[in-house]
Design a protein around this ligand. Structure first.
Ligand SMILES: Nc1ncnc2c1ncn2[C@@H]1O[C@H](COP(=O)(O)O)[C@@H](OP(=O)(O)O)[C@H]1O
Ligand SMILES: [Mg+2]
Ligand SMILES: [Mg+2]
Ligand SMILES: [Mg+2]
Length: 351
């Protein structure tokens, strides 16, 4: 199957949602709430989830959706719901045909809240399931750092399509990886990464209008691992900086890691701006969420990479809303992955 229509709808839906998040990114007040697990959610997360689910529903009404957010807190907070509605109602793609392909406008605030709540699928190993992270790296989004709008289609437990918008990454694939983020104008920034299983991975500029022509992306060869550039989360609570530093040392890597939020890490290594992505668990009981990895996993694999957990197992997206059988993430070019994994094992065994 080519998944041509799925890819098109996903790219346009993510592009439109990214336009909404960019507007919020430049506002001081981002309407932040604290969820039950104490993590933040903003009007940008809610608005982007509404727009993307609306687009999926229009084209693929019987598909299931595993989305990170839900609307219960908004039903008790009219002011915030009004604010999100104003954003959603005024975010459109410039290209009329494209706007039509993502279902046109949402009709009412009620419909918007319903859309947000349609991301409650339990996931699983059967049928067509979209994994949606409307803003990945919300902490980065709030800090003025990297973030990503992420969407993937999983069919019978396997990822077929992955799309990532990274509004604050440089457009140019060859820009050296750095922890620097958006300059004030945002000029030269904004990338849309895509992949379809078996068809490779691409990047293009994240435009406002019709989608630009994309180019193929590939992971870089790493002839000498000691020169590898590795990236990791900014948040120390999301992955173990100290284990990651030990692994880098074991590999003979002397360069400082590049810390960035969100699946921008997967996109960055897929296009060869960086080489490795290490995500060592901090807490043994944390289950990674499928929406935090689905799009990035496929994009890296289609660009010539291998993605596993710390024990070398492929990430298993067929078990529900979380990666319950995996611990952590190790993403690297195929040729060096086993070598990196040996270093991971040796550091974890010595603890
Ligand atoms: N203890 C933990 N371990 C690993 N990931 C965690 C975590 N707590 C939260 N996260 C996830 O880390 C994601 C951000 O990843 P990163 O650190 O690479 O930027 C968050 O996504 P959201 O920002 O979409 O909530 C959240 O789902
Ligand atoms: Mg979150
Ligand atoms: Mg996330
Ligand atoms: Mg999120």
């Amino acid at each position: 199957m080519s998944y041509r229509k799925e890819l098109r709808v996903a790219e346009l839906a993510v592009q439109r949602a990214a336009l909404l998040t960019q507007r919020v990114f430049h506002e001081k007040a981002k309407g932040t709430l604290s969820k039950d697990d104490k993590s933040p959610v903003t009007i940008g997360d809610f608005g982007a989830q509404a727009l993307i689910i609306h687009a999926i529903r229009r084209s693929f009404p019987t598909d299931e959706i595993v989305g990170e957010e839900e609307a219960s807190s908004l039903r008790e907070n009219k002011a915030l719901a009004d604010q999100i509605w104003r954003l959603v109602n005024s975010t459109k793609l410039e290209d009329e045909a494209a706007e039509e392909q993502v279902g046109g406008p949402i009709k009412s605030q009620r419909e918007m809240l319903q859309a947000i709540d349609e991301g409650q699928s339990p996931g699983g190993s059967r049928g067509r399931i979209w994994a949606l992270d409307p803003i990945d790296g919300t902490m980065g989004f709030l800090r003025g750092g990297q973030y990503a709008v992420c969407l993937a289609l999983i069919v019978d437990g396997h990822i077929k399509v992955g799309v990532l918008a990274c509004p604050n990454l440089p457009v140019d694939d060859s820009t050296p990886l750095s922890a620097d983020v958006a300059n004030d104008s945002g000029e030269g920034r904004g990338v849309l990464f895509s992949a379809v299983l078996g068809s490779g991975a691409t990047s293009r500029s994240l435009s406002r209008g019709a989608l630009e022509k994309s180019q193929s992306i590939h992971m870089k060869d790493v002839p000498n691992i000691t020169h590898a550039i590795f990236c990791e989360s900014v948040e120390a609570g999301h992955s173990s900086h100290s284990d990651q530093a030990d692994i880098a040392k074991k590999l003979g890597i002397t360069r400082q890691s590049v810390r960035m939020d969100s699946q921008a890490k997967y996109g960055s290594i897929a296009r060869g701006a960086g080489d490795l992505y290490l995500r060592l668990p901090v807490r043994a009981d944390y289950e990674e969420k499928i929406w935090d990895h689905a799009a990035g996993d496929l994009i890296v694999r289609e660009a010539g990479g291998h993605v596993t957990d710390v024990e070398g197992r492929r990430l298993d997206f067929s078990l529900g809303r979380t990666l319950k059988e995996n611990k952590g993430v190790i993403a690297a070019p195929k040729a060096v992955h086993e070598h990196v994994l040996d270093a991971v094992r040796s550091v974890l065994d010595s603890k």
